[in-house]
Design a protein around this ligand. Structure first.
Ligand code: FAD
Length: 687
């Protein structure tokens, strides 16, 4: 666990490193990461962990780890992503444990598979932790600067249409810095414009200039990537002591804060030091002010799509007229004088923002510290990426975060980790890797992006995952840490050893729970408060008992103290594991099917228009536009029919067999005649 003493020691060191890196010490890296937001920090840290000499270039070092909008981490679906990034040794979970000032598990009324670990954060502590962690990462150099241009080589005649990235060029610097891989994580900064009322100005975020036009030019003109435009916004920040919280409903933090990170047993903030949040509601007068002033708001009048699940107050009023909308009043930090009114994101002129706020009883005397504003930005259509987050048409170029059309810190962090990991592997001549949607929410996120694309800012929900019973926040370490060490190379040996210990202990405990049993009437005597039917024939194991809502491991340990007391450390995990085991067993067959499809690769150069199988013109066009990497990704494309999937599957199977037979023929000439059979069978699939 981190101590404040450690952080105090770390921060001065951090400043020294900043000075030292104010000039770049070399002109060649394995990986260059552009942008020090949530995607960029995880990408840079992951690339360095894999062993690549990594350079992180960002516009302002002081904004590394900045929370552009809400000072919070996790939530429903998003909490899963934080746990998975942590399981792969990422930074954000540990930073959340350090900076959290109000921890709560959302969705508690539902099963633990869909619980949403969340924390309100102290902005400054979060930033300091991320900066401190990055600057003590071996093999990572951090440099302040704005990337003006991507250096790319024209397509190699052997691989027509495929560029090769060779590095970057910074603004005000002639000589490029070369790298084998580049990860772009420019967030809301690509052709970014800020909006308040009827005014707009160039910017990626308040106080920050947008990405240079040169970078947009390389992406669109030089590499020919399709881009789109999205928008988002943020609420005004309110002076804390101008708010009458007695007129809002108190929302205390959980009594026992649950850390995000698997390597932390407690959070830095002690339970009693946590700060409260408050809930209040809009009034009909708020709606009236919004409606009367819509003509003063050019952001909302445009067609560009905003985040559906984090909408502005203008969008909420227009979509749901007559409703009272929730407004959460959330602290911005332990010592901050500000509150963040979540739910009141707005781009109205500042005077209208103040009038609107003051129509809410708890905010009737509110003072605005910084007005809300909106941002519009370009994103790159993510169907142009492979599941490794590499641009299909440009070797060595990876994209992660809001640039791929997502919204949220957690979605950005998850992609950053995968892009950084793969950028490093590619630079070090290792094969790129992907996470499947059967093993992680990160896999679901990336698969949705690269196979379906986005039409509005994408955020994670538990409903997006087919295998929720298996992909739980509590077991992300078992799903990913072992793989992260053994196959991906991004997990430290200390974390790996701990995950192995957890896995082995849980396995032993489950075996013990399965083997310990008693007749129903004995259980009834031992646990008189539990409704156990005595009519059941045969013995009931501890595993059977755990399926009863109120039965805990502690109760079972009171019956079998010697056998079960060694496992008390994992009592909650064991209860969850036991409850979900039957569901997970049921899901395994379906997961195996998807995994088989995911391993069926579709050749990169497949000409879908001349493919000799029955596919409609519409399906051919979709396949040609998206160029899915695997059969699994193809089946999830919008517009792909079951019949088209079967025909494509048969084609892939036969062509795989053809390749392996040709290979056999080359090594065993006697098999030569069999090739004709394949031609005949392929022909039978034609229309
Ligand atoms: P960012 O965190 O934006 O980081 C991008 C980084 O790249 C920055 O450090 C920037 O300086 C750097 N950079 C850009 N161009 C260059 C260059 N050429 N050279 C060097 N460095 C460069 N999310 C939600 O979930 N809900 C919301 O309601 C919400 N509202 C938002 C409102 C606003 C006004 C903003 C700005 C963001 C909002 N977000 C919201 C989005 C959230 O902040 C992002 O999803 C998240 O920060 C994305 O992380 P990222 O790493 O992709 O990009």
């Amino acid at each position: 666990m981190y101590s404040s003493h450690m952080l105090r020691k770390k921060v001065p060191r951090l400043l020294q490193v900043f000075k030292r890196t104010s000039h770049c010490d070399r002109q060649q890296y394995d990986v260059i990461v552009v942008g020090g937001g949530h995607a960029g920090t995880e990408a840079a840290a992951a690339a360095a962990r894999v062993g690549a000499r990594t350079l992180l270039v960002t516009q302002k070092i002081q904004t590394i780890g900045a929370l552009s909008c809400n000072p919070s981490l996790g939530g429903i679906g998003k909490g899963h992503l934080v746990k998975e990034v942590d399981a792969l040794d990422g930074v954000c979970g540990r930073a959340g444990d350090w900076a959290g000032i109000h921890f709560s598990i959302l969705n508690r009324r539902k099963g633990p598979a869909v619980w949403g670990p969340r924390a309100q954060l102290d902005r400054q502590l979060y930033r300091e932790f991320i900066q401190s962690d990055l600057l003590s990462t071996p093999r990572l150099t951090v440099w302040e600067g704005s990337v003006e241009e991507l250096m790319v080589e024209e397509p190699n005649p052997e691989k027509p249409g495929r560029h090769q990235v060779t590095g970057i060029r910074l603004a005000n610097m002639e000589t490029p810095i070369s790298a084998r891989s580049v990860v772009l994580t420019t967030g809301t900064f690509l052709s970014g414009s800020l909006f308040v009322g009827q005014t707009s100005s160039p910017g990626g975020r308040i106080g920050d200039a947008p990405s240079s036009a040169g970078l947009s030019h390389t992406i669109r003109e030089r590499l020919g990537l399709r881009t789109g435009r999205l928008r988002t916004g943020t609420p005004p920040r309110v002076v804390k002591n101008s708010v009458d919280v007695s007129l809002a409903k108190l929302h205390p933090a959980d009594l026992n804060p649950t850390p995000f990170s698997f390597i932390n047993t407690q959070t830095r903030c002690k339970p009693e030091e946590q700060l409260p949040c408050y809930l209040t509601f809009t009034t009909p007068a708020v709606e009236r002010v919004v409606r009367e002033n819509l003509h003063l708001n050019c952001h909302i009048q445009q067609d560009t799509k905003g985040p559906r699940y984090c909408p502005s107050i203008e969008s909420r009023v227009l979509r749901f007229p007559g409703r009272q909308h929730q407004v959460w009043l959330e602290p911005e930090g332990l010592t901050s004088d500000l509150l963040y009114p979540q739910g009141l994101s707005t781009t109205m002129p500042p005077d209208v923002q103040l009038r609107l706020l003051r129509e809410i009883p708890a905010l009737h005397k509110a003072e605005i510290h910084t007005p809300g504003y909106g941002v519009q930005y370009d994103f790159v259509c993510p169907t142009q990426l492979s599941p490794a987050l590499q641009v299909k048409s440009t070797q060595g170029l990876f994209l992660a975060g809001q640039i791929n059309g997502t919204t949220g810190y957690e979605e950005a962090a998850a992609q950053g980790l995968v892009a950084g990991l793969n950028a490093a592997r590619s630079a070090l001549a290792m094969p790129t890797v992907m996470l499947s949607r059967t093993e992680s929410y990160i896999g679901v996120l990336i698969d949705d992006l690269v196979s379906r694309g986005v039409t509005e800012p994408y955020r994670m929900f538990t409903s997006r995952a087919e295998f929720r019973a298996s992909l739980r926040p509590d077991n992300a370490d078992l799903r990913l840490t072992l793989k992260g060490f053994e196959e991906l190379g991004c997990v430290s040996s200390e974390r790996y050893k701990e995950a192995v210990r957890v896995r082995d202990t849980l396995q032993d405990a489950m075996a013990a729970l399965q083997s310990l049993s008693a007749l129903p009437h004995i259980w009834k005597q031992k646990l008189p408060n539990i409704e156990i039917s005595e009519n059941k024939s045969g013995e009931l194991t501890c595993m059977n008992l755990l399926l009863y809502n109120d039965v805990t491991i502690e109760m079972l340990a009171s019956v079998f103290p010697e056998s079960l007391s060694p496992y008390m450390e994992f009592s909650q995990r064991l209860k969850i594991e036991a409850v979900y085991r039957p569901h997970c067993d049921l899901q395994k067959r379906e997961m195996a099917r998807i995994q088989r499809e995911e391993t069926m690769l579709l050749p990169e150069d497949l000409d879908y228009f001349s493919l000799p199988v029955s596919l409609s013109q519409e399906v051919r066009e979709i396949l040609d536009r998206v160029r899915p990497t695997t059969l699994g990704a193809a089946t999830r494309l919008e517009g792909m029919t079951p019949a088209a999937t079967v025909n494509l599957l048969n084609y892939v199977r036969f062509s795989n067999r053809k390749v392996s037979k040709i290979h056999q023929k080359e090594t065993d000439p006697k098999k030569a005649g069999e090739e004709e059979d394949l031609h005949v069978r392929n022909a039978s699939l034609r229309q």
